[in-house]
Design a protein around this ligand. Structure first.
Ligand SMILES: Cc1cc2nc3c(=O)[nH]c(=O)nc-3n(C[C@H](O)[C@H](O)[C@H](O)COP(=O)(O)O)c2cc1C
Length: 193
């Protein structure tokens, strides 16, 4: 194992010790049968990279800005992390840690041809933060990506994902996860893949 570099990596210590309780929180209620155990085993998952420009639809069309990771970070996500919508914690540079939701996949509503990993940090930022480092920990799975009959339907699905994320992340297991990742052990993160 080597020291963490600025790319996607799996956090090994000390999360494994309570990964079982995270699974218990999310597995039964939220995971579709198709997702399987592999994704659960891959969570929590730490990932960081520079924020790059996406299509800009998040803020312009949806009113829900997202921070995109570059291609190499998306490509280095392990194959056992299914595409879909996730929640967790995120932090820009050395700033505050906030709740986040993210989408991993091809945005079927927009029929993207390139896989993306887009994070919406549940916080109002005064300015764009392109070029800054975004660090996230993916804690749990919400649902698969899907297409919608209208832009409004996509927006209301994302709003409901945000509410789901806020509620889940208030659970003590997830608060503990935030503290362990961002306050104590970020420097101990190892690249496990
Ligand atoms: C929580 C969340 C859920 C999303 N769910 C879907 C979805 O179900 N289907 C879809 O096509 N795109 C989904 N998206 C992706 C948005 O369409 C995408 O973030 C938006 O188009 C902005 O992309 P851009 O930055 O490349 O412009 C989701 C995004 C977020 C943050």
């Amino acid at each position: 194992m080597r020291r963490h570099a600025a790319s996607a990596c799996h956090y090994h210590y000390p999360i494994a010790s309570f990964a079982g309780s995270l699974c218990a929180v999310t597995a039964c209620a939220l995971l579709p049968d198709t997702l399987g155990a592999a994704t659960m085993n891959a969570l929590p998952y730490f990932c960081e990279g520079e924020v790059v420009k996406g299509f800009g639809r998040g803020s312009k069309e949806l009113g829900i800005p997202t921070a995109n990771f570059p291609e190499d970070v998306v490509d280095s996500l392990p194959s056992d992390i299914a595409t879909g919508i996730y929640y967790g914690w995120g932090c820009v540079g050395n700033g505050e840690v906030h709740k986040m939701v993210m989408s991993i996949g091809w945005n079927p509503f927009y029929k993207n041809t390139k896989k993306s990993a887009e994070t919406h940090i549940i916080h109002t930022f005064e300015e764009d933060f392109y070029g800054e480092t975004l660090s996230i920990v993916i804690a749990g799975y919400i649902r698969p990506e899907r297409t919608f009959n209208s832009l409004d339907a996509l927006i209301s699905a994302i709003r409901s994902d945000i509410e789901e994320a806020k509620n889940q992340l208030d659970l003590p297991e997830f608060v503990k996860l935030k503290d362990q990742f961002f306050n104590n052990n970020k420097n101990n993160i190892m690249n496990g893949h």
